[in-house]
Ligand binder design. Structure first.
Ligand code: IVH
Length: 710
């Protein structure tokens, strides 16, 4: 094969894999193989400079930084969209559309996500990308061609052949969350200022004067419509023409639809755009009438947090192009399209005060008291500030206007302050030197971001949290002993530690607020029932630092009973898989405390008991020590899955981190799924998990077994 042929073949091959990867989300080859193709092409072009063309994939990045951006006049203006914030507004929109069209039948809409990025117009002439422009004021934008060429999802040459000689594709450039998080992490590591949100990151990245900088940014693109489409080649070659020649149903497009018209529906045109090699939303759907629109809105709204990109609503467009033309435009927006916005996930409000909450282990969490604000669909008046490192990083002061974020089921947080609105008397947030609850000293070990109250179980806040933990379902499982009740009991001085629970009398309980005789009796019964337990539940219930369910289980099985565990020294503890020096030290310290020993004695005296475990040689499970996170709606109860995993020596954590080995995601999985993607953690669905469980129990997959056939 000649160099020329090989170069042509490589370019076709690379373009094909770009399409598989960016448009179909279905890569056919590993990244390493793709890189080899690209390197081979680079090598050939270096040896044969005469073969280099501007649409070669090697030419995405080129040239020196520019002075500024040239102005581009849009041949067809780039419009905006009318907004709706309620179901009624959507119904009004549909009613007006039906009135104008003059028929009563149900209208069909193309529904799609409203991406939160920035609009660009891509101009292809004779199938080659010749210009990319931002929306600007809709009439004139900026020439960002050199930057847009670095976005791998945007083809430099259209696929197939026979596209209209002049073809403008419009869509949104955005930064997927995964890339955004990674980018911000790196920025922080380098001491640079991170972007506030993916939208700003996309806009900032596209408006770089040096395309080499843009090339480093993880930008993506999805097309949502057409600009100028002309079926005769532009007479002036590469120059833009004024005046609109928007494709009409009568126009003919040879090639792809050889001899056929450009599709007469929005959805049909989107299919063509995809066939030409541009990414379109995988969420496109045609829906009927208001009911269809609203169902789509709710369904996508529920999945919003699980998507890998930010959306701020959905867009409905009349699917029939003839109907679109009938409706036309009003000022800067089409009458045939509507943006239905989701409730904002970020809002501005004022930080009134900061209080410090004491957790079970004494950890102090700064909690922001806010002027109530409607965000993410609810009114928020408290939000977490996580810890003092975060307070500093976010530069938050009392009196500041702050950005509050509430996304899905995640607890509301203060994202950052708006320092430009800072009042002169804004007060810095200071960690109190003493615990706000018990007055003990606050300690913050060097290099740690968490500060703790040193009061231990002397501190009523820690006591309260310790008792809540003790009673929890996966610990001692005391039915009917909820958080509110524990708070009341501690406040009234009826209990000071878990052992006191078992001394409570019917009279004491019945005397509490909102406590009927019947529920008091039930609680006494539940306390009685909880006495029959297992060693691992008991160990977990004690709330020893760093001893979660998996570690409690490992300890129980390794020692069989409580006495040998309490007598164990650190080297003995560290022989247990997954118990390192830190856990071993915490376990030892816990059992050395006279107070803890007393409580344990009292609990046993009250009748808490378990079957000692026969010591067996530890089973070698391939899942031992592996950390799982469960998210979304799974086909079996979560507790059952958790028990199975724990039994195999695995751990189940509540949040995704670098230490997570697997994320098991069910339906409607949210931000944890996105985080897993961002960290590249293997994902399992229900079936994948079951296969893994069967495998690690030494079994084989259920299925066709020929030997069992008659
Ligand atoms: S259509 C003629 N579709 O929203 C209609 N716009 O508020 C023009 N946007 O400037 C826009 N997702 O940046 C359309 N699926 C979508 C969109 C979308 C995001 C942005 C776009 C536009 C703005 C208008």
């Amino acid at each position: 094969m000649s160099a020329r042929d090989r170069v042509a073949w490589l370019r076709r091959e690379i373009a094909r894999h770009d399409y598989q990867y960016h448009v179909l989300n279905d890569p056919l080859i590993p990244d390493a193989e793709y890189d080899r193709l690209l390197r081979e092409l680079e090598g050939l072009e270096a040896g044969h400079p005469e073969l280099v063309t501007p649409d070669s994939p090697t030419q995405r990045i080129g040239g020196a930084p520019a002075e500024g951006f040239e102005e581009v006049v849009h041949a067809v203006p780039m419009l905006s969209l009318a907004n709706a914030f309620s179901d009624e507004e959507v119904a009004d929109f549909d009613r007006r559309a039906r009135e104008r069209i003059g028929h009563d039948a149900t209208l069909t809409y193309l529904a799609e996500p409203k991406l939160d990025g920035l609009a660009v117009s891509l101009r292809y002439e004779d199938g080659v990308l010749i210009r990319a422009a931002t929306r600007g004021d809709g009439g004139k934008g900026e020439d960002v061609t050199r930057n847009v060429r670095t976005i791998a999802a945007i083809p430099l040459r259209l696929m197939g052949e026979g596209w209209p000689p002049v073809l403008e594709i419009r869509g949104e450039v955005f930064m997927p969350r995964r890339g955004f998080e990674a980018f911000n992490r790196r920025a922080r590591e380098r001491g640079e200022k991170p972007f506030a949100n993916p939208r700003n990151a996309a806009a900032g990245s596209l408006r770089q004067l040096d395309p080499r900088v843009t090339a480093q940014r993880p930008l993506a693109f999805q097309a949502y419509g057409l600009g100028e489409v002309a079926f005769a080649p532009s007479p002036s070659g590469r120059r833009l023409q004024r005046g609109s020649r928007l494709a009409t149903p009568g126009a003919r497009c040879p090639g792809l639809g050889r001899g056929k018209d450009l599709p007469d529906t929005q959805s049909g045109r989107m299919a063509w755009i995809k066939a030409w090699g541009l990414p379109v939303s995988p969420e496109l759907a045609t829906v009927d009438g208001v009911a269809g629109c609203l169902a789509y809105y709710r369904e996508l709204g529920e999945r919003r947090d699980g998507l890998d990109y930010d959306i701020d609503g959905v867009v409905y467009k009349l699917d029939d192009i003839a109907q679109q033309e009938q409706l036309g435009y009003v000022s800067r927006a089409p009458r045939w399209a509507l943006a239905h916005k989701f409730p904002a996930q970020e809002e501005l409000t004022r930080l009134l005060a900061v209080e410090f909450q004491v957790g079970r282990t004494g950890a102090l969490t700064p909690v922001a008291r806010l002027e109530p604000v409607f965000v993410g669909g609810v009114t928020v008046s408290n939000a977490t500030l996580h810890n003092m490192d975060e307070v500093e990083r976010k530069d938050v002061r009392i009196g500041d206007t702050v950005i509050v974020r509430r996304a899905g089921d995640v607890i509301p947080e203060v994202v950052r302050s708006a320092p430009e609105r800072r009042p002169a008397d804004a007060q810095p947030i200071r960690m109190p030197p003493q615990c706000p609850v018990c007055g003990s000293d606050i300690v913050r070990p060097e290099g740690e971001s968490v500060a703790r109250c040193s009061g231990g179980l002397w501190c009523s806040a820690q006591r309260r949290e310790a008792i809540k933990h003790f009673a929890a379902r996966r610990a001692m499982d005391i039915d009917g002993l909820g958080d509110k009740l524990v708070e009341q009991l501690v406040e009234q001085g009826l209990i000071r530690n878990p052992a006191d629970l078992y001394q409570l009398t019917l009279e004491q309980l019945a005397g509490l607020e909102r406590m009927a005789e019947k529920s008091a009796a039930n609680l006494i019964q539940a306390l009685e029932a909880s006495k029959e337990t297992t060693l691992e539940r008991f160990l977990f219930a004690l709330g020893i630092r760093e001893v979660g369910e998996a570690t409690a289980r490992a300890l129980a099985h390794s020692f069989g009973d409580l006495e040998p565990l309490m007598a164990a020294d650190e080297p003995r503890l560290q022989r247990i898989p997954d118990v390192g020096p830190v856990v071993a030290a915490h376990v030892q310290a816990f059992f050395r405390q006279p107070h803890n020993r007393e409580v344990i004695d009292q609990l046993r005296a009250a009748g808490i008991r378990w079957e000692p475990l026969a010591l067996t040689a530890p089973v070698e499970s391939p899942l031992a020590g592996k950390t799982f996170v469960l998210t979304g709606t799974l086909s079996r109860p979560r507790d059952a899955i958790k028990d199975q995993l724990l039994a195999l020596g695995a751990k189940v954590a509540g949040s995704v981190s670098k230490k997570t080995d697997y994320v098991v995601a069910g339906a409607d999985a949210g931000s944890k799924l996105a985080k897993a993607g961002e960290l590249g953690i293997p994902l399992l669905d229900g079936a994948g998990l079951d296969a893994l469980l069967v495998e690690s129990q030494g079994g084989t997959h259920q299925g066709f077994r020929p030997d069992l056939r008659p």
